[in-house]
Ligand binder design. Structure first.
Ligand SMILES: [Mg+2]
Length: 181
């Protein structure tokens, strides 16, 4: 594995039904910094691929999203963790582009940024849209049970996106990719 593509809400930070609207609403999920630092240490690239329809819906401004993501990056940095590439799709669901998950555009963009191929990558997410985007991009699929993940698993994973590896958290997924020596 050379690159891990990670969803934001529900994987790195707690999901909010009413969206993370300012930095004060950003709550990191336990041990995510440690998980990413573990991938960093193994030389695996880490890219965030995040749908942020709150912008397309007019709920937050692009500047506010910058501030929220800036807070996320600085909290991760305090844990020694670095995000190598941060991609967002601000489309509203009613007018999605090829970038908005479940379409694979952002995933392909991340791969081409690092000149990598789908077989180099795994996508880690908490919703079916993450897994569908990964399937469409030809990328391996991990579901984490944080955020909406437990609900996604309980609803039943469609046969066409299998196999999907399921982990309790990003930390557990990171340990499976970079085993404890
Ligand atoms: Mg999510």
């Amino acid at each position: 594995m050379k690159i891990v593509l990670i969803d934001r809400d529900g994987v790195l930070n707690e999901d909010r039904a009413d969206y993370v609207k300012h930095p004060g609403e950003l709550v990191l999920i336990s041990r995510v910094g440690e998980a990413i630092a573990r991938l960093n240490g193994a030389g695996i690239k880490v890219a965030v691929v995040s749908n942020q329809s709150a912008i397309g819906r007019g709920i937050i401004s692009p500047d506010m999203l910058e501030q929220i993501n800036g807070r996320l990056l600085s909290e991760l940095a305090r844990a020694g963790a670095k995000i190598d590439l941060f991609l967002v799709c601000t489309d509203a669901p009613g007018s999605p582009s090829e970038r908005r998950k479940p379409a694979p555009g952002m995933l392909r963009e991340a791969l081409s940024h690092f000149r990598m191929v789908p077989a180099d990558a795994v996508m880690i997410g908490d919703q079916l849209s993450d897994l569908r985007a990964a399937k469409a991009a030809g990328v391996a699929r991990f579901l984490v049970r944080t955020g909406k993940g437990a609900q996604t698993q309980a609803s039943g994973l469609p046969a066409d996106i299998l196999p999907v590896s399921v982990y309790d958290s990003l930390m557990e997924a990171a340990v499976s990719l970079v085993p404890i020596a």
